[in-house]
Ligand binder design. Structure first.
Ligand code: AP5
Ligand code: MG
Ligand code: ZN
Length: 214
């Protein structure tokens, strides 16, 4: 199972990724999570990425591609993987194809989660994330049982700095310019399935699982 999750910021990629990787027992590779971990640890990569992330812009292609290429070579990716938030530009997609060709494998399905802009802003601005384990919540749609405390690990739950409304709007603009063209790219390859992401989380999950033929 080699999968890509495509969709605008706040569409529910991370939320659905958690279900998919559990069901298929494959690693979850989120470039956003990799950058946030590096920001938290204060690495050189983290310092570089933070400047772009805070503005809602994309980290340069060559930086992202090199990270994903290294990650895909790790042993746990042999039987499959789920890419979340990568590729995000046509250049990234072309480079991914080159990397996978060298490995003699290919993407099975690209799951495109479709959600309109007003819903995206509501989702992103209400999102809360666990600082410790990365679990994702929403103040209305998926609240924590105890206020600001992660249900899973007891860690502190916080708001991502790029979830401020102005930054979310910028991220949506960048998505339309840079990432939306990938829908055509993967449609042409015959691997795209589009899912209605405006349903509740369980229905989105069921549609994805059935699109994967399970
Ligand atoms: P990244 O972390 O990838 O962010 P994103 O693509 O903007 O997507 P999000 O994580 O914001 O949304 P999501 O779709 O995962 O939604 P979620 O499940 O959390 O990237 C961040 C930054 O890193 C980028 O801006 C860029 O700077 C950099 N970057 C990363 N990858 C890069 C790349 N490849 N190239 C260049 N730069 C890169 O859900 C959102 C909220 O909605 C949650 O609160 C959730 O609980 C709720 N929710 C989810 N589903 C539902 C539902 N069905 N009903 C109701 N609520 C729901
Ligand atoms: Mg995410
Ligand atoms: Zn947690």
């Amino acid at each position: 199972m080699r999968l890509v999750l495509l969709g605008p910021p706040g569409a529910g990629k991370g939320t659905q990724a958690a279900y998919i990787v559990e069901k298929f027992n494959i690693p979850h590779i989120s470039t956003g999570d990799i950058f946030r971990k590096n920001v938290k640890e204060g690495t050189e990569l983290g310092k570089k990425a933070k400047a772009y992330m805070d503005k809602g812009e994309l980290v340069p292609d060559e930086v992202v591609v090199a990270i994903v290429e290294d990650r895909l070579k790790e042993d746990d990716c042999k039987e499959g993987f789920l890419l979340d938030g990568f590729p995000r530009t046509v250049t990234q997609a072309e480079n991914l194809d080159i990397v996978l060709d060298k490995m003699n494998v290919a993407i099975n399905k690209v799951i495109n989660i479709n959600v309109n802009k007003d819903v995206l802003v509501e989702r992103a601005s209400g999102r809360r994330v666990c600082r410790n384990c990365g679990a994702t919540y929403h103040i209305v749609f998926k609240p924590t049982k105890a206020e600001n405390i992660c249900d899973i690990c007891g860690g502190e739950v916080y708001q991502r700095s790029d979830d401020a409304e102005a930054t979310v709007s910028k991220r949506i603009e960048v998505y339309i310019q840079e990432t939306q063209p990938l829908i055509k790219y993967y449609e042409n390859k015959g691997s795209l399935v589009t899912i209605n992401g405006e349903q509740d989380m369980d229905h989105v999950r069921k549609d994805i699982i059935s699109a994967l033929g399970e």
